[in-house]
Design a protein around this ligand. Sequence first.
Ligand SMILES: Nc1ncnc2c1ncn2[C@@H]1O[C@H](COP(=O)(O)OP(=O)(O)OP(=O)(O)O)[C@@H](O)[C@H]1O
Length: 254
Amino acid sequence: MTELAARNVAIADRLGNTDFTLSPGELVAIVGPNGSGKSSLLRILAGLLRPDSGTVSLDNLALDSLDPLTRARALAYLPQRAEVAWPILVADMVALGRYVFGAEDMKRNIPAGRWLEEVGCEALEGRSTATLSGGELALVALARTFAAETPLLLLDEPTAALDPKRQIDTMARLAKRSREGRGIAVVLHDLNLAAQFADRIVWMMGGRIEAETPPEPAALTANAAAIFGVEVHVEVDDDERVRSVAICGGPRND
Ligand SMILES: Nc1ncnc2c1ncn2[C@@H]1O[C@H](COP(=O)(O)OP(=O)(O)OP(=O)(O)O)[C@@H](O)[C@H]1O
């Protein structure tokens, strides 16, 4: 059981005092307008950005007191823009996700294909990263994140570059991983994906968490209007589970 908790974390002019907990077995969507602090919060949780105040702990131990290896084995972070410093083989890029398990593990013919298969990109294994499309590179970066097999995953817009089918496939994969016991926080701009797959939606605005809600129609409608200023149409199935969320337009003034 691995739990990540931020308490009262803040960065001047960027993130107000914020509490956030990620528990095993849950898929949490973080949504909010551009510049509302989603990536900042995620980077703080990953230990990559030091808050001016507040604490981040992993199973009640201060994150910054843990050695980098322990931290890297507990949580994997996928940045908003996958960057590759220089072109390498896709298989090697994915194998780098195993870096936390040491050189021996990396030398042992790691089946990069296993994680590439998970993101539907096994055909790319022998390619250079320099030749990939934006979406392909995003999926390979996700495969590298999976390869670390950490109990916690922090993913910043993993679906932004993907076509509709791959967006759904990726979210379904994340939901499966969370059902298997991993804790996953994912920044999304797509309310439809958040509503269909997340257990909990964290709504951010102006550097604050304004609401935390289940993905239920009333909460979706109210927060889409309050946080984004848009009207949404929510369709539910017979069990009242959200089937889809469509953006209808801005609020009417008449
Ligand atoms: N290194 C930095 N120095 C100063 N301000 C920053 C820095 N990085 C981000 N900011 C500011 O902090 C605020 C929050 O940025 P953040 O990247 O966390 O937003 P976001 O919600 O992830 O946005 P987006 O949806 O556009 O990716 C923004 O106003 C941004 O301009």
